[in-house]
Write a protein that binds this ligand. Structure first.
Ligand code: HEM
Length: 526
């Protein structure tokens, strides 16, 4: 007899009855147990206490960034090749090897800056995180829609995010604070150029690209490595919004991207993305005018072509948003054999941060939750901790032995899958910027590569946001945009001047405080 039969649940085609988490049938879900029908209630109301105290704990802390998101399950199918070559030339990662090989995936899309129910029309990078449940364990590719980032050193991340989150006094996001940080961070000029263009508001999650942004390595059977960057290309095409289009949608629907993804999958219109990689030899490439590990730079497509390696289809919605989407946990350290870290110092910083926050946000045993657990065998000597759900062990292993090495039937080390990749280091331990910062050249190229309407939107969005900033910040931004492209700087400067003429306001005088100036809102920024 199983549990269901014991409490009569669903027996003989009968109704599925409500129980408590202890399995007790609930015979009255409408009335508290009280002394007479007017109360008072009593403290031995176990069913009520359980129901209410679970409810009291229904929220976990939301993600400190990327709190607003939507997710879906699907499958990744490998091509077995990279461009025209067998993929095994570059990586031994099993999921890529055979043509047609399928790996289940879960993807979470997100916006970055605001809370869990903020509008999905905001100007903000979009997260694109993919968990591949491979036979060798999980691989997480934690990317964004944009291909570059604001900063190249992980030490600066909390400051970057503080400047974009709401002001700690007013709890309102402020364009002045955002550009205060960006104007003092010249490497962010390129990302600001993308973010304030229509690329800063993708129309929905299905019609946007994804990119790993940071540089990784692929390692082949001989232990030889190359540098790689990952990109997702939507087979639905790419669509971005003007500020006006976004405002129109937001006035009617602030969940439009979640709704679009959910409804497309429900009607069987499964979104697909091709996965492409760019490959570089594994060294510092002195011939380039940028450092290949600098995540504020694009690797030019004409020199480093995008090579297809597989295709992903999202074909199943979550059954429970909280259990699958909210509790999902992705991290840049989650790699499988054949994939490796590069020396990109942002990547190492990220790799610490993800699992650290997840131990706090979800709990010590977050990897035992079904959405995060690998779908291959897991056998560790880790035990206990809050919400330990089961013991990670395989049958036949001596349950008394939770350490290694042992001669008493404990777990053994795995055989190596290929030669180790063993990069060699000989350098001084320093605190220094990289040499080839080249902060403005690619920002100018990106500006010139935009279509006219994209450039017009960029200028208008920048002017509307910068108009609320202190004059010192405005001037610094104009200087940085001018270094990127003279026309770019000139148009922002002119836009600000015309706006000041129309409104009778110049940028706030240097040193102005919030109380003198009133609260300066982000205006059109996320
Ligand atoms: C989420 C840290 C840079 C993409 C997060 C979270 C943290 C974090 C703490 C919340 C994770 C959670 O609660 O599960 C950092 C740090 C960075 C950095 C310290 C730089 C040093 C980046 C970059 C990208 C990125 C460059 C783009 C490639 C994402 C995405 C998520 C995320 C997509 C959401 C994942 C999900 O859907 O659960 N990041 N991040 N982050 N980050 Fe980063």
């Amino acid at each position: 007899m199983n549990n269901e039969q014991q409490n009569g649940n669903g027996q003989n085609g009968g109704p599925q009855i409500l129980t408590t988490r202890q399995g007790h049938p609930v015979t009255d879900n409408q009335n508290l147990r009280t002394v007479g029908n007017r109360g008072p209630a009593t403290l031995e109301n176990y069913q009520f206490l359980e129901k209410m105290s679970h409810f009291d704990r229904e929220r976990v802390p939301e993600r400190v960034v990327h709190a607003r998101g939507a997710g879906a399950h699907g499958v990744f199918e490998a091509y077995g090749t990279v461009g025209n070559e067998p993929v095994s030339k570059y990586t031994r990662a099993k999921l890529f090897q055979e043509k047609g090989k399928q790996t289940p995936v879960f993807v979470r899309f997100s916006t970055v800056g605001h809370g869990g129910h903020s509008p999905e029309t905001l100007r903000d990078p979009r997260g694109f995180a993919t968990k591949f449940y491979t036979e060798d364990g999980n691989w997480d590719l934690v990317g964004n829609n944009l291909k570059i980032f604001f900063i190249r050193d992980a030490l600066k991340f909390p400051d970057l995010i503080h400047s974009q989150k709401p002001d700690p006094v007013t709890n309102i996001q402020s364009g002045e604070r955002i550009f205060d940080f960006i104007s003092n961070t010249p490497e962010a000029t390129h990302m600001a150029t993308f973010l304030f263009s229509p690329w800063g508001i993708p129309a929905n999650y299905r019609q946007m690209q994804g990119s790993g942004v940071n540089t990784y390595k692929w390692v082949n059977g001989e232990g030889k490595a190359v540098l790689v960057k990952y990109h997702w290309e939507p087979l639905q095409g790419i669509k971005n919004l003007t500020q006006e289009q976004a405002a129109e949608i937001q006035a009617k629907n602030f969940n439009h991207a979640t709704q679009d993804l959910y409804e497309a999958i429900e009607r069987g219109d499964y979104p697909q993305w091709e996965l492409l990689v760019q490959i570089m030899e594994d060294h510092d490439h002195p011939e380039l005018d940028f450092d290949p590990l600098d995540d504020t730079k694009l690797w030019p497509k004409d020199q480093f072509p995008w090579l297809p390696v597989g295709k992903m289809t999202l074909n199943k919605n979550p059954v429970n948003y909280f259990a699958e989407v909210e509790l999902s946990a992705f991290g840049t350290g989650v790699l499988v054999d054949g994939l490796d870290f590069s020396d990109d110092k942002m990547l190492q910083g990220r790799t610490f941060s993800y699992s650290d926050t997840q131990r706090y946000r979800v709990g010590t045993n977050y990897l035992q939750l079904p959405i995060n657990a690998p779908r291959c065998k897991v056998a560790t000597n880790q035990r206990d901790g809050q919400m330990a759900y089961h013991q990670d062990m395989v049958e036949g292993v001596n349950p008394h032995i939770n350490y290694e090495p042992s001669s008493l039937g404990g777990l053994k080390e795995a055989p190596k899958a290929g030669k180790d990749h063993e990069p060699q280091y000989n350098a001084r331990l320093v605190r220094q910027k990289i040499d080839r910062t080249n902060d403005f050249k690619q920002a100018g190229e990106t500006y010139r590569n935009f279509e006219d309407w994209e450039r017009d939107e960029l200028i208008s969005n920048l002017v509307n946001t910068l108009a609320n900033a202190n004059k010192v910040i405005q001037d610094k931004m104009i200087e940085n945009f001018t270094k990127a492209d003279a026309d770019y700087g000139r148009r922002v400067a002119e836009g600000l001047k015309n706006k000041a003429k129309n409104t009778g306001e110049v940028g706030a005088p240097s040193g102005a405080t919030k109380t003198e100036e009133g609260v300066k809102q982000a205006g059109e920024v996320s």
